[in-house]
Design a protein around this ligand. Structure first.
Ligand code: TMP
Ligand code: ZN
Length: 408
C-alpha cells in the first residue's frame, strides 16, 4: 500500500494502465534495441484529502533533463493563451504596484515570461531542463536551471527580493513534493503577493474520459477541493478559480497568504460543483476505469476496422499524452505508419514503448494519408483549421476525446 503525497493516508490505485515508458522519452535512431525504462502507471484517489495522484512516479531526473522534448511554443494558440494569462496577471494583480517582480516555475522556452519582459517587468524563470531554458535565455529571459524548493526560494529572495507573483502553467501538477513547493512559494511571496497556476483539471478528465492526461509527469490531477486543502496546510488560501479551455479543460487557481485577500464566490461554487460531480466518491473512479476500458476497445476497433478496409492511418502530434494511449491500447507501427510532429528534436525518433516512427510534418503534407489519429486533440481547432488540404483530399480525423469518433 502507498501513502498519499499530501496527507500521508493510505491509498490504493483504482486501476492500472499497465507498464509505461517515460511519456517524453522519444528514442533516438539506433537506440530502440536498448533497454527502455518502464514503470507501472496506476492512479489513486485519496478520499481523505481529495488528491488524485499516480502511485509510482519515475525519478524527476529521468523525465526533465538537457534533451527534454517538450517545447511550449509549438502552438500558436498557446502563445496567445500565455499572452492573455500575462495580461490578466498584470491588470488584476500588478496595477498600482511599484516595479513588480514575477517568478515562473517551469518557464520552459519562455512562452509566458517573454510577455513580462516585453512589458518591462522584472522576471525570473525556473526551468530544470537546460535545453529549453537555453532557448528562453536566448530570448533575453533570466532563467535558473534548477528544481524549485525551499532552499532555492531562499536564494531567490536573497538575490532578487520577494515576488509579487509566482506563476506556473502545466508544471505544478508535475512536482511530487508539493509541500516543499508550497513552503518555498510562501517564503518567496510578498505579504500581498499571489500564487497563480493552472493545470489540467480533474473534473474535465473524468467527464471527458481524457485519461491520456495521466502520465508520468502528471503526478497529480488537481481540483479546487484538493488544491485548497494541499496549499492551505502552508498558509496559502485559495481565493479564486478560473476554468480554462486549454489541454481539454484546465483550471487556473489563485492563492494568497491566508486572510490577505477576499475569497471569490467562484471558489465555493466550484467546490460545490465538484461535490455534485461526485469527485469525492470512490464510485466515480470505478466508473472512470470502465470508461477508459470502453474508450480503449472502441479506439482499437475503429483502427482495426479501417486497416481491414486497407486504409492508411498516421498519427498527428507526438504528444506526451499519446504515450499513455499507444501503450495502454497497444497501438504500434502495425497500426499507424508514423506520427507527424513539428518539434525539430522529435523528428527521426521513435515513440516511447511502442516505437512508432516520428516524422516531420512534411511527411504528412507531401503524402496525405486517408486517416489521421489526432493525438494532439487539445489543439484540434488550430490543427483542423490549418490542415484544410487534408480534409479537401478526403482525409478524416480520428479522435478519442470525449469519445472515439471519426470526423468526416
Ligand atoms: P501538447 O499536447 O503537450 O501541447 O503537445 C503538442 C505536440 O503536438 C507537440 O509535440 C507539437 C505537436 N504539434 C504538431 O505537430 N502540430 C501542431 O500543429 C501542433 C499545435 C502541435
Ligand atoms: Zn491525501
Amino acid at each position: 500500500m502507498s501513502s498519499c503525497r499530501v496527507c500521508n493516508s493510505k491509498i490504493l490505485p483504482f486501476m492500472s494502465f499497465g507498464r509505461m515508458p517515460i511519456a517524453n522519452g522519444f528514442l533516438p535512431p539506433g537506440s530502440i534495441d536498448l533497454e527502455e525504462y518502464f514503470f507501472e502507471l496506476a492512479p489513486a484517489f485519496c478520499d481523505v484529502c481529495g488528491m488524485f495522484q499516480i502511485v509510482e512516479q519515475p525519478n524527476p531526473e529521468i523525465m526533465f533533463h538537457d534533451h527534454y522534448a517538450f517545447h511550449s511554443s509549438t502552438s500558436q494558440f498557446m502563445i496567445k493563451h500565455f499572452k492573455a494569462f500575462s495580461d490578466f496577471v498584470i491588470s488584476d494583480y500588478f496595477s498600482g504596484k511599484n516595479s513588480p517582480f514575477v517568478v515562473e516555475l517551469g518557464s520552459n522556452d519562455g512562452i509566458m515570461l517573454s510577455n513580462f519582459k516585453q512589458a518591462g517587468i522584472d522576471h525570473l524563470g525556473i526551468e530544470p531542463s537546460e535545453n529549453v531554458a537555453d532557448i528562453a535565455r536566448a530570448k533575453g529571459i533570466n532563467t535558473i536551471s534548477k528544481f524549485f524548493d525551499e532552499a532555492l526560494a531562499d536564494n531567490i529572495v536573497t538575490q532578487y527580493g520577494k515576488a509579487d507573483a509566482v506563476l506556473s502553467a502545466n508544471v505544478m501538477c508535475h512536482i511530487p513534493n508539493i509541500h516543499s513547493v508550497a513552503k518555498g512559494v510562501r517564503r518567496l511571496l510578498k505579504s500581498d503577493g499571489v500564487l497563480i497556476f493552472e493545470d489540467p483539471y480533474l473534473g474535465d478528465v473524468i467527464d471527458k474520459v481524457s485519461y491520456d492526461q495521466i502520465y508520468d509527469e502528471h503526478v497529480f490531477l488537481f481540483s479546487a477541493t484538493s488544491v485548497r486543502r494541499a496549499f492551505g496546510d502552508h498558509g496559502l488560501e485559495l481565493i479564486d478559480v478560473f476554468p480554462q479551455a486549454t489541454h481539454g479543460g484546465s483550471m487556473r487557481y489563485v492563492l494568497a497568504p491566508v486572510r490577505s485577500r477576499q475569497v471569490s464566490k467562484r471558489v465555493s461554487f466550484q467546490i460545490d460543483k465538484e461535490m455534485a460531480q461526485g469527485l469525492h466518491l470512490p464510485k466515480t473512479y470505478q466508473k472512470f476505469r470502465k470508461d477508459c476500458e470502453t474508450s480503449r476497445s472502441n479506439l482499437l476497433k475503429t483502427i482495426e476496422d479501417l486497416l481491414a478496409q486497407g486504409k492508411r492511418i498516421v498519427g498527428y502530434g507526438a504528444t506526451s499524452k499519446s504515450t499513455t494511449i499507444t501503450n495502454y491500447c497497444g497501438i504500434g507501427p502495425q497500426h499507424i505508419e508514423y506520427i507527424s510532429d513539428t518539434t525539430p528534436i522529435k523528428k527521426g525518433t521513435y515513440s516511447p514503448g511502442m516505437h512508432i516512427p516520428i516524422r516531420a510534418h512534411e511527411s504528412f503534407s507531401e503524402n496525405l494519408p486517408e486517416y489521421a489519429l489526432l493525438f494532439a486533440w487539445n489543439h484540434a481547432q488550430e490543427i483542423m483549421e490549418k490542415e484544410l488540404s487534408f480534409k479537401e483530399n478526403g482525409g478524416k480525423w480520428i479522435i478519442y476525446v470525449p469519445r472515439v469518433e471519426v470526423i468526416v
